[in-house]
Design a protein around this ligand. Structure first.
Ligand code: ADP
Ligand code: GLC
Length: 482
């Protein structure tokens, strides 16, 4: 049996702010259980729903030194869907109403968490062969493994992987602060390790120290070697290219399944969508106070409303798109106030055709995926993107910009060959995007047969974890053969 430990700052079903949680919570279920024992360790957030918190089993506690601090570490456990989850407890750090907040304090919290996760292992009696970390919050783990934990026999020969879900977030602060929070010596704060210009950078350290680095799509793995997508680390990404690869994300096909999903009003599958799917649209139109019209082309957005997601392109063409009265736009998202208010304004202006739902709701997201005809995701950059995979699964045709994982998972419609699962555009340009939306709308209104075939192909595309879990298994096996 090979032991693998996922270390991450969020995981479904316990706590989620984005796709990271979906990946961390679903991927472990899809490994071959006869060969791999994959467990997960995350913080025990006070903001986790109570029905989980009350089921946690207390294991033990100890005190740990980090920098000049001496801190309480509690450990809890819960087996969920056959996967063992461990939770690191320290209420001073993980209290509060959400997982992330002030960055400087987050740096302290996740330095603590990274060290505590490693320190907890002998106590809980689980010795991973590979520690698999995710994003900047746990990027210190590979560094600590080669620093303070190197001596002990327990940790010797343990290997590390860092998966980059988003290179934009790196965990950066001035060197003195990072040094004080992490307790790492001067040795680590040179330009080939944790330093970028005058600052300390946790993600950079993790990339430099992990035995292997992955990211969440093949295209993004290439893009981040270029200055545009490299977020100042493209040189390091190129330097590590022999130990860097992209493995595209999957989604949990048990959770995202229109045939069994209790969150949607009318269930359907690849055979019945022609007769059933539109009923969800009508139900959503009624629920949101939109014009009730089963034939109207409805386009959905479920997204963090930030610059990454291309929301400025949408803002630019909203008037042009909505004033023609042949499209409905349903938005579900939260983010920067400017984008939230932009959608509220268009909701006010085009009440019967635009619905802005500025909140976070898992239930509502499923309804939007199931109800819409098309799904808009014009990201500036997208390491993988899960929303377009969810849309495909529900037969909702993605309209995407050809970048990162969007390019790898949505195949543009080709009317001559009768291929493709979506519509795409290449340049970060609002009217190029509008052109793709208009093309989708044209096919929807004027060639329903072709549209339905697009839906057939979208629903047949397989982005379950089956293939990608196999790729991670191969990677683990290869690393353990070194
Ligand atoms: P990212 O992780 O960059 O935000 P992904 O596409 O990988 O983008 O994952 C986004 C995840 O968050 C999806 O599961 C999506 O359904 C969900 N999501 C985003 N915004 C909301 C929201 N307002 N309500 C419910 N789910 C949301
Ligand atoms: C990040 C990326 C997103 C990716 C997700 C899960 O949040 O922005 O593209 O799908 O992580 O890997």
């Amino acid at each position: 049996m090979k032991n693998i430990l996922f270390v991450a700052s969020e995981s479904v079903p316990f706590i989620k702010t984005g796709g990271l949680a979906d990946v961390v919570g679903s991927l472990p279920k899809y490994f071959n259980k006869d060969e791999f024992d994959v467990r997960v360790i995350i913080p025990k957030y006070l903001s986790m729903p109570w029905h989980f918190t009350e089921r946690l089993e207390y294991l033990t506690n100890f005190y740990m030194d980090i920098g000049y601090r001496h801190k309480y570490v509690g450990i809890f456990r819960l087996v969920q869907d056959g996967i063992t989850f461990y939770f690191i407890d320290n209420e001073a750090y993980f209290g509060g109403d959400k997982p992330y907040g002030d960055l400087k304090y987050d740096l302290e919290k996740f330095s603590f968490f990274s060290r505590a996760a490693l320190s907890a292992l002998p106590v809980i009696g689980f010795r991973p062969d590979i520690v698999h970390c995710h994003d900047w919050q746990t990027a210190l783990v590979p560094i600590y493994m080669k620093d303070s934990f190197r001596g002990g026999e327990f940790y010797q020969s343990m290997k590390s992987i860092l998966t980059i879900h988003n290179l934009k977030f790196q965990g950066v602060w001035d060197v003195e602060t990072i040094q004080a929070l992490t307790g790492l010596s001067d040795y680590y704060f040179t330009i080939d390790k944790l330093r970028v210009e005058k600052d300390g950078n946790l993600l950079k350290g993790g990339i430099a120290y992990a035995d292997y680095v992955t990211t969440v799509s093949e295209s993004y793995a290439e893009e981040i070697k270029t200055p545009f997508y490299g977020e100042k680390l493209d040189g390091l990404m190129r330097a590590r290219s022999n130990n860097l690869c992209g493995i595209v994300n999957g989604i949990d096909y048990d959770v995202y399944n229109p045939a069994t999903d209790d969150r949607i009003d009318f269930k359907y599958d690849a055979r019945t969508f022609r007769k059933e799917k539109y009923k969800n649209k009508v139900a959503l139109q009624k629920q949101l106070g939109l014009e009730v019209n089963k034939d109207k082309f409805m386009i959905g957005i479920v997204s963090r409303l930030t610059d990454q997601k291309g929301i400025d392109l949408v803002a630019y063409i909203m008037d042009e798109m909505c004033s023609r009265n042949d499209i409905q736009v349903v938005v579900l998202g939260t983010g920067t106030a400017e984008y939230e208010n932009m959608f509220r304004y268009f909701d006010w202006k085009y009440g019967s055709n635009v619905s802005a739902n500025i909140y976070y709701s898992e239930d509502m997201s499923h309804k939007v995926y199931a109800s819409c005809d098309a799904f808009l995701m014009p990201s500036l950059f997208e390491p993988c993107g899960l929303s377009q995979l969810m849309a495909l699964r529900y037969g909702t045709i993605p309209v995407v910009r050809e970048t990162g994982g969007l390019k790898d998972t949505v195949w543009p419609y080709n009317k001559f060959e009768g291929t493709g699962t979506g519509f795409s555009f290449s340049n970060y340009n609002a009217h190029e995007m509008l052109g793709a939306i208009d093309y989708a709308k044209y096919v929807y209104y004027n060639n329903k047969r072709e549209w339905n075939k697009l839906v057939d192909r979208a629903m047949a595309a397989d982005f379950s974890w089956k293939n990608s879990a196999k790729k991670y298994e191969n990677l683990y096996n290869w690393m353990l053969s070194w």
